[in-house]
Design a protein around this ligand. Structure first.
Ligand code: ADP
Ligand code: TYD
Length: 209
């Protein structure tokens, strides 16, 4: 494996749009208190948030798949340099709402057969993996209804539709199956506090092992 990036712990949350990742990332951060740093992708640093706007706003056909992968990787590199590495070096628990698994699934599996490019760019520019990943799994119909209800102006990806969300779900589950030590599948179709309690328990069990 790629190895730990520092003294801290790196946790990511993954899942399809509207699955409840952001909610659960926030609840875990709140449960961990001052030792947690909550961040997100695309974004999580000043420059990366600028790149986020290029990615999530505007025409869905704005970027070629290749350009899009480069932008996500550029945003991740900034996030890594400015936020993730410093937090881990300081011994924090860095909680990221999405990380490289999102690129593997959204760009590498669901939309085009660009996974080799995704993997190569990750190897060249990012390298690290989370210590622990919570995949919030749920039915795309229900998740999409939640997501579209928000009208955040960041609809470029969510507008890609239900069939795409089904492909994403399958892609995330396949990743989880291939890396069961790192990726924990969590049933997202339950009450927020029930899910949060399971995640907190799983985190503490992992940390104690
Ligand atoms: P994501 O980050 O995966 O897109 P969010 O955490 O933003 O998902 O949640 C999407 C929407 O669903 C929000 O309006 C949120 O309040 C709501 N939500 C999150 N978790 C649950 C849950 N367990 N049950 C019902 N609604 C939820
Ligand atoms: P996010 O803000 O997490 O959206 P949501 O809360 O709706 O899940 O991410 C914005 C969009 O960017 C989302 O549709 C997933 C997509 N995305 C990728 O396609 N590749 C990536 O590498 C990342 C991090 C996100």
């Amino acid at each position: 494996m790629m190895g730990r990036a520092g003294a801290g712990v790196f946790v990511s949350f993954e899942g399809i749009d509207g699955s409840g990742k952001s909610t659960q990332a926030r609840l875990l951060a709140e449960a961990l208190g001052a030792n947690a740093v909550l961040t997100r992708e695309p974004g999580g640093a000043t420059g990366a948030e600028d790149i986020r706007r290029l990615l999530v706003e505007g025409d869905p056909a704005r970027w070629s798949p290749e350009t899009e992968i480069l932008l996500f990787t550029a945003a991740r590199r900034d996030h890594l340099e400015k936020t993730i590495r410093p937090a881990l070096a300081a011994g924090k628990t860095l909680i990221s709402d999405r990380f490289a698994d999102s690129t593997r699934v959204y760009q590498g599996a669901a939309r085009a057969s660009l996974r080799p490019l995704v993997d190569e760019l990750h190897r060249l520019m990012i390298r690290i993996e989370p210590d622990l990943t919570f995949l919030i799994d749920m039915d795309p119909e229900a998740a999409l209804a939640r997501g579209l209800a928000r009208h955040s102006g960041e609809d470029r990806f969510e507008e890609l539709g239900l069939e795409f969300q089904h492909a994403l779900r399958a892609g995330f589950l396949a990743l989880a199956q291939s890396q069961p030590g790192r990726i924990r599948v969590i049933d997202g179709a339950r009450a927020q506090d029930v899910i949060a309690a399971e995640i907190a328990e799983s985190f503490h069990a992992w940390a104690a092992a």
